[in-house]
Design a protein. Structure first.
Length: 125
């Protein structure tokens, strides 16, 4: 029982540190800076090995997908089928590894490009 509590504390500490590091950076008091491609790369690169990063990566991607569908009023430039969401972290990491210029672009623009390229809607123009 003692090791389970110890592991829980370590996981909680790791999550808190990960979130703090993820969102830390130089920012101006009146300016909220958006995440860029490097942030989502760091989150999703370890998603297969670290549960906390997997949760963060999938949550970020799911939030983007939900927002794209909501604000696009159903007219998104990508179509996900059953099982595609589970592949997204690997697809995103592979794409960013081959497109390093995207690391400094806004995360939303990167996700739109990756999703449109990799999960284009079939039969829709």
């Amino acid at each position: 029982m003692r090791s389970v509590q110890s592991n829980s504390r370590h996981i909680a500490a790791f999550l808190a540190l990960s979130i703090a590091l993820l969102f830390s950076g130089h920012s101006r008091a009146a300016t909220i800076q958006a995440n860029d491609g490097s942030v989502i790369l760091r989150m999703c690169k370890g998603a297969e090995k670290v549960r906390a990063l997997s949760v963060m990566c999938h949550s970020y991607l799911n939030g983007y997908i939900d927002a794209a569908h909501y604000f696009g009023k159903g007219k998104t430039h990508f179509c996900l089928e059953a099982g595609d969401k589970e592949q997204l972290p690997g697809v995103l990491v592979a794409w960013l590894d081959t497109h390093p210029e995207s690391l400094s672009q806004p995360a939303g623009a990167v996700l739109q490009t990756v999703l449109s390229a990799r999960f284009a809607c079939k039969g829709k123009k």
